[in-house]
Design a protein around this ligand. Structure first.
Ligand SMILES: *Cc1c(COP(=O)(O)O)cnc(C)c1O
Length: 485
């Protein structure tokens, strides 16, 4: 299997090792498999019989053909062990016909662990296999959860260094504490006086900046990325959709899936699973008040020229959803994709043809929840089902409900649950009418109110010392990177 750039398929083709190591194509596009992947009935039957790590390895082996099945299985076994995921990697919590897919039982209590416990292992293998010298310098722009999950995944992984940039005022207190207390000899965490888009744009620019590349190369490093634009992040996510949709499929019914969406990585993985032949119906793209994607799916116009809102679901506070480029590529082809991305960069807006939008709307619907709706949904689900969800999951739950009411579609619904409610305890407390302060005060009040235990990874950082304190402006990212290398 070879990979091409979403902006030009006629040039170089890349192997899966290359793709994981490079993160982003030299022309600024994103990597995507040249050929469509699909599973046979027999393969799906075999997957269904296997435990989770084996299911994941079987899915990975369809996309990442540079690795032997045994290498993939060994990596998946290590990544999804009970020590990292004590109650399982991707359990379904069933309520009648519908389910929540709980993806937050990993070391950082957010769904990004599913990809980031695995991907560093694949990167290490890729560097070994390529026989290249030097260390991979991982740059991460994070709206909160990726940063911690990447730090945990890469800490002390040999031949890697990791540097994380986060919006200094755009993440929760617990998220910040999780990152600033990170252990490991090869890690660095820096706050940026800007929003997530400033961090992401800064990192994307550095990846293709000749001056910075040569400066870090002089120090024995080359760039790599762990952001969800890296294809190595996507396939482990495809794996849990394959796994969960097979488990949900009953009596020949397909399930719809609602995904709380920010950078469009998680929902794109669901789309890839659908395209590979899994029993999946509609994909509902759920946004918070940064509803640029809702508008896109409903009008065909992607317009980032709007105010950025800080919400109670900060991991979805995004105006440029990078992985949308892969969907556009799959539907419109590379030539149009290159054009649209240029328009987005230069004018902040692009518009798809009606015919292309019609194709997209066969698979996708889109809704958003404002702040009040998100809070009310946490209360509704807790009161109605005695089930506690976080702010991101609440956005999805609200949108799933809206979709059902508006369309009358009675298919089983899978709602993707992306973070532990304890990670966003102040907002969850407020939604339930529990008075609380910030940080650990809210965590403890939430635990007392619900009688649920505080997850071990959150409890564990309570008394840890913060190791990092740098805060820089968006324009100084380059210098900080060269310094760290
Ligand atoms: C990252 C994140 C999201 C958004 O996922 P994307 O792949 O960026 O769309 C949603 N919820 C939580 C809790 C997250 O950490």
């Amino acid at each position: 299997m070879y990979f091409v750039s979403t902006r030009d398929t006629s040039k170089t083709k890349y192997s899966s090792c290359d793709v994981i190591r490079r993160g982003i194509s030299p022309d600024g596009g994103l990597f995507f498999p040249e050929d469509a992947v699909s599973f046979t009935e027999k393969e799906l039957e075999d997957i269904k019989k296997a435990p989770y790590a084996e299911r994941a390895a079987k899915v990975l082996s369809k996309y990442l053909t540079d690795f032997t099945y045994d290498e993939l299985l060994e990596s998946c076994d290590a990544a999804y062990s009970a020590s990292h995921f004590p109650v399982g990697a991707a359990p379904l919590r069933v309520f009648g016909d519908d389910s929540f897919l709980e993806l937050y039982h990993g070391p950082t209590c957010a769904f990004k662990d599913l990809a980031l416990q695995l991907m560093p292992r694949l990167l290490s293998l890729s560097i070994e296999k390529s026989g290249i010298g030097g260390d991979a310098l991982i740059l991460v722009a994070t709206s909160g959860d990726t940063g911690k999950a990447a730090l945990e995944g890469f800490k002390d992984v040999k031949r890697t260094k990791i540097m994380v940039f986060f919006p200094n005022d755009g993440v929760s207190e617990i998220q910040k504490k999780q990152m600033l207390t990170q252990k490991g000899e090869n890690v660095k965490v820096v706050g940026v006086t800007g929003n997530f888009d400033d961090c992401q744009t800064g990192v994307k620019t550095l990846f293709n900046d000749e001056k910075t590349i040569s400066a870090i190369s002089g120090k024995g490093c080359f760039f790599s990325s762990a952001n969800s634009i890296n294809f190595g992040r996507l396939v482990p996510q495809v794996a849990y959709y394959v796994s969960a949709s097979l488990d949900m499929a009953k009596d020949g019914k397909v399930c719809n899936i609602t995904v709380p969406t920010g950078n469009f990585g998680n929902i794109l993985a669901a789309y890839m699973a659908k395209k590979a032949g899994l029993p999946i119906g509609k994909l509902i793209c759920a946004s918070n008040s940064n509803n640029v994607l809702t508008d896109f799916f409903n009008t065909g116009v992607y317009d980032r020229r709007r105010d950025f809102r800080v919400t109670a679901s900060p991991s979805m506070d995004i105006l440029v959803s990078s992985n949308l480029e892969r969907l556009i590529y799959l539907v419109c082809g590379a030539e149009k994709t290159a054009l649209y991305m240029k328009e987005l960069k230069e004018n902040g807006v692009f518009r798809l043809d009606d015919a292309d939008m019609a194709v997209i709307r066969n698979d996708f619907a889109a809704y958003f929840a404002n702040e009040n709706e998100c809070m009310a949904e946490i209360k509704r689900v807790y009161t109605g089902n005695d089930y506690l969800i976080d702010t991101h999951t609440a956005v999805a739950s609200f949108c799933a409900d809206r979709y059902k009411k508006e369309t009358g579609d009675k298919s089983p619904m899978m709602i993707v649950s992306t973070a532990s409610p304890f990670k966003f305890a102040p907002a969850v407390c407020a939604s339930l009418g529990v008075e609380s302060g910030n940080g650990f005060d809210a965590v403890d009040k939430l635990s007392a109110f619900t009688s649920l235990p505080v997850p071990a990874p959150i409890n564990g950082i309570r008394n840890e010392k913060e190791r990092f304190s740098d805060v820089i402006s968006p324009s100084s990212l380059g210098d900080a990177v060269i310094d760290f290398a």
